[in-house]
Ligand binder design. Sequence first.
Ligand SMILES: C[S@@+](CC[C@H](N)C(=O)[O-])C[C@H]1O[C@@H](n2cnc3c(N)ncnc32)[C@H](O)[C@@H]1O
Length: 279
Amino acid sequence: MNIIEMRSVYRDKLDLSIDECDFIYKIILKELCNIDPIEIALDPTFNLSSKSEKTLLQSMNMIIDDYPVDYLINKKNFYGKDFYVDESVLIPRPETEELVDWVINDNIDINDQKNVIDLCSGSGCIGISLDINNKYLNVTLSDVSTNALKVCEINKENLNSNVKIIELDLNLITGSDKEYDIIISNPPYISLDELNQIGKNVKYEPEIALFTPKDKPLHFYEKILEFASTNLSKNGVIYLEINPKFILEFNQLLTNYSINHINFKDDFRCKKRLVKLTF
Ligand SMILES: C[S@@+](CC[C@H](N)C(=O)[O-])C[C@H]1O[C@@H](n2cnc3c(N)ncnc32)[C@H](O)[C@@H]1O
C-alpha cells in the first residue's frame, strides 16, 4: 500500500473529521514509522514497508477503540516540553498547565530558594515544569504509585531536571518539620457517581489517578490539608486543581482551617478548577 492509500484507510475508518484523521495519521507516520509526513506531498506513491503498514493499521485499530494517541507514541507535550507517558500515569491535561503558570508567575521575582512538593505527581509534569522554569524552586515529586514514580524518573532524566522523587501515600501522612513553602497538587478528583458522565478517552488511564474513594469526593483535599498542617511552612501557599462540581463542599471543608486568602481561578473552559490557598 502506498502512503496516500493508507491515508484514505484512516479517513474511511476513523470516525473523525478529515483534518483530525490526517493529523493523527501524520503523527503515527512520524513517531512510530519514522517516516517524514512531508512524503505525502513529495511522493504520493511512496510505498510503505510491510512493517510500517502493520504498525499503521494496528495503531488505527487501537485509536478506533479509543486508545489515546499520547499512549501510543509515549509522549505528551506539557508546558512546552515533551513528557514520556504510559498507561501507569494520567495524560497531562491543558488545564493543569494553567496551575503551573500560576505558580511560575507568582514566583517570577524571587531570589531565595523555596521548597515545593508536588503531591500526586503522576508523570511529574507539574513539578518538573516548575523546576525547569525557576531555578529558585527546589521541587520534590511524590506519588503512591511505584510505576508512576518510574515515569517521573524517566522524565527527570529526559528533561535534565533536578527534582527529588519520593514515594508518599497521602493516606499515611508523615512529616512534621514544616519544610515546604509551596504545596501543589492535582489529585484524583472524579467521584464514582460521575462514572457514566466521563469520556471514553479515560478508559485506559489508571483508576488510581482518576477516582476518589466511594462517597468521598473531597478525600484527597482533606488529606492534602492534613499534610499541610504539619509540612507547610508559616505563610506557605497551596495550589490545587479541583473538581468544579464540588465547589460548595470544598468551600465547606476550608472553613475547618485558618486560611488567609482563598483565590479561585477559572480554567480556559470557564470552569472554577484552580484554587490558591494562602496561610
Ligand atoms: C490526577 S493524577 C495527577 C497526575 C499529575 N499530577 C498530573 O497533573 O497530570 C493523580 C495521581 O495521584 C496518585 N495517587 C492516588 N492515590 C494516592 C495516594 N493515596 N497518595 C499519593 N498519591 C496518590 C495517582 O497515582 C496519580 O498519579
